[in-house]
Design a protein around this ligand. Structure first.
Ligand code: FPP
Length: 244
């Protein structure tokens, strides 16, 4: 189905989508390329998926780009990723946010540990994103457990002595976005990998074997259709029509 098709049946109730973009390394290795080539291709795919997701009427997209655990990768790979993120934010994200009145980008995670010039660009992009109607959250140096601890500490430091779910949600990195309705993970692994632990309590999950750089618009459509066919009960029961 064409991504240009305005009558796309995948359009529907899904307003907030999150994606664990896994498989860049395998994509590159299978082609005899260095892993960094997989990440470069992965960044190009981000652009296409972002555009397609917007066509589907989804208003919030959250992408897992770099976890708090990813610092353990070889130095060369980490440096390559940081350089790729810098180029992406500077030469792709910021110009697009400036020229597109609806597009905003936020960077969720602990920005303080990012290279200074990347951190500054992320903050600039966020400033330009205020009031935008479509938000793409890029998780950079993000960890779900760290986020919960950070939120609790922030709440205490501002004088709160008791936590509630509603209060803690307000201190999460994602306080500007609704919880994801659907989380897609590419690359075939059945793992959460410390992603949106708080926010995905009632999210639907779909695991795709497809490696991130190979994901197609049609596969995204199919995931949305699968989401639309699922019955979400949020721990309750769905009333069945009474007989007679
Ligand atoms: C996981 O695949 C992917 C990453 C750790 C990096 C994600 C980065 C991108 C998709 C590209 C840049 C993103 C933006 C937002 C510009 P992996 O390396 O763990 O793959 P593997 O499981 O095959 O080894």
């Amino acid at each position: 189905m064409s991504s240009q098709n305005v009558n796309n049946p995948a359009k529907g109730a899904l307003k907030s989508l999150a994606i664990i973009m896994d498989g860049n390394g395998r994509w590159a290795t299978r082609r005899g390329l260095p892993r960094k080539e997989g990440h470069i291709q992965g960044a190009k795919v981000v652009e296409r998926v972002l555009a397609h997701v917007r066509e589907l009427g989804i208003h919030h997209l959250t992408l897992y780009a770099f976890s708090t655990e990813n610092w353990k990768r070889p130095e060369e790979e980490v440096e390559g990723l940081m350089s790729l993120f810098y180029k992406y934010v500077t030469h792709v994200a910021i110009p697009k946010i400036k020229s597109d009145p609806e597009l905003g980008m936020m960077f969720i995670g602990d920005k303080s540990a990012l290279p200074e010039k990347l951190r500054k660009k992320c903050i600039e992009a966020e400033r330009l994103s205020e009031g935008k109607s479509f938000i793409c959250n890029i998780a950079l140096n993000y960890g779900g457990r760290a986020e919960i601890v950070n939120a609790a500490n922030k709440a205490f430091s501002e004088g709160h002595t008791t936590l509630t779910e509603e209060l803690l949600s307000r201190y999460m990195y994602t306080s500007h976005s609704p919880d994801p309705d659907l989380v897609i993970r590419t690359g075939g692994d059945f793992r959460i990998s410390n992603f949106l632990l708080w926010q995905s309590a009632y999210s639907e999950y779909i695991i795709l074997d497809t490696l991130w750089p190979d994901i197609t618009d049609e596969e995204i459509d199919d995931c949305v259709a699968r989401f639309n066919s699922r019955e979400r009960r949020f721990g309750g029961v769905v009333d069945k029509p009474k007989k007679g």
